[in-house]
Design a protein around this ligand. Sequence first.
Ligand SMILES: NC(=O)C1=CN([C@@H]2O[C@H](COP(=O)(O)OP(=O)(O)OC[C@H]3O[C@@H](n4cnc5c(N)ncnc54)[C@H](OP(=O)(O)O)[C@@H]3O)[C@@H](O)[C@H]2O)C=CC1
Ligand SMILES: O=C(O)C(=O)Cc1ccc(O)cc1
Length: 434
Amino acid sequence: MAPSSKAIGIIGMGDMGKMYAKTLSDAGWNVNACDLPDKYYDLQKEFETRSKINILPDGHLVSRSSDFIIYSVEAKYIDAVVAAYGPSTKMNAIVGGQTSCKAPEIAAFEKYLPKDVEIISCHSLHGPRVDPRGQPLAIIKHRASHESYLFVQKILSAFGSKIVHLTASEHDRITADTQAVTHAAFLSMGAAWYANGQYPWDIPRYIGGIENVKINITLRIYASKWHVYAGLAILNPYAKRQIRQYAASVTDLYKLMLAGQREELSKRIKSAGAAVFKPDAHRDLLLEDEVLDRFSLGKKPPERVRNNHLSLLAIVDCWWKLGIHPYDHMICSTPLFRLWLGIAEYLFRNPELLDEVIETAIEDDTFRADDLEFTFAARDWSDRVDLGNMDGYREKFEKVQQYFAPRFPEATALGNEMVQTILEHVEKQNEIEE
Ligand SMILES: NC(=O)C1=CN([C@@H]2O[C@H](COP(=O)(O)OP(=O)(O)OC[C@H]3O[C@@H](n4cnc5c(N)ncnc54)[C@H](OP(=O)(O)O)[C@@H]3O)[C@@H](O)[C@H]2O)C=CC1
Ligand SMILES: O=C(O)C(=O)Cc1ccc(O)cc1
């Protein structure tokens, strides 16, 4: 039996739109969906066996016939798409969006939707191929009655996600802290490997433990669509400052390493660590060696090879400088952020390892070339985001993407397995603590 006679509309049948259409129709809802008109016939064919999904030629038809309409298009097009279809929204319907950044989405809704239309937005904080159960799902009640809010919650309960209630600006602040700056770090790693002509899984010093997480997540990001990452960095009003601080932290720490300023480097890293990983907040580590070592694209050397982990030192420094408490954001975190925090914690809560890293940073110059490229990359990503340069972002993203593309099938399979295993492990740790 259908949970209600009301229909859900989805505008934009890309990866997320399809995932939403399938999950909601499987839960018994009638779904009206469309993509651009030229994809109408292909989509009809793809969904012909699913009687609860009604593919329509365009967003006008979806808007006219649906009671809760979700825009699931590229963030950079949200204004134009809502301008086109918003005025066709059914009277008294509810409209929301799935874009990763809410400021432009809400602005477009306020600008183009008729006044009788309510606004309740959402954001699944995971990619389309991650099991949504237990993952955070933000819901934003922007202009709506309590009754409509309950109705939307009932619909979205089909995902089995953890619902987080936020305002649009709380959402953007948190995701700038979690997603945007995390992606900046991994995008910079990929760009640095590209600039050095390296495939890190071929180099013994990049295999095993923390390095596996770095490589797998970097490849996972570059195997995805550039517009998702560009949108959430460039259009989020809070993200520029965060990404700029990450680049500044990388640069400052690299300069201290180059100059051999052991005392200053050590003091700065330890102050950052003490602020972020409070000694009183005792908890088990999110990640362990055994879990970290399992997912390698290359052959692990018999001895662990030292690294100065500039990328990790810099994220903790960045959190410290911005006053970000990453554990406070766990309720609204993506899988990648939890893995990123997991490896940062792994390093900072192991005093011997942290001392070894500082020692390596000062004494071992075999990483200087890699770190130089990493510093350039972090600064360059930050500049492109600062300038709001979508084309510049795309150009760099796709160049690096092409370089790594031959390894995507293997890396994504391994990356999915790694994300799943590590997240299950992290969940268990959290349950023990609760
Ligand atoms: N991928 C992810 O991991 C996540 C993404 N998001 C957000 O969800 C949104 C969708 O992302 P995702 O599904 O990955 O991206 P996709 O590119 O796969 O999907 C977007 C779809 O919308 C279509 N589209 C563009 N304009 C219109 C229009 N006027 N009418 C109908 N359809 C249109 C696009 O067509 P065309 O390609 O031809 O432009 C495309 O098929 C983005 O805003 C993203 O930030 C949120 C959570 C996770
Ligand atoms: O986990 C991540 O950070 C991802 O890269 C996947 C992703 C991308 C965009 C979103 O809005 C939510 C999740």
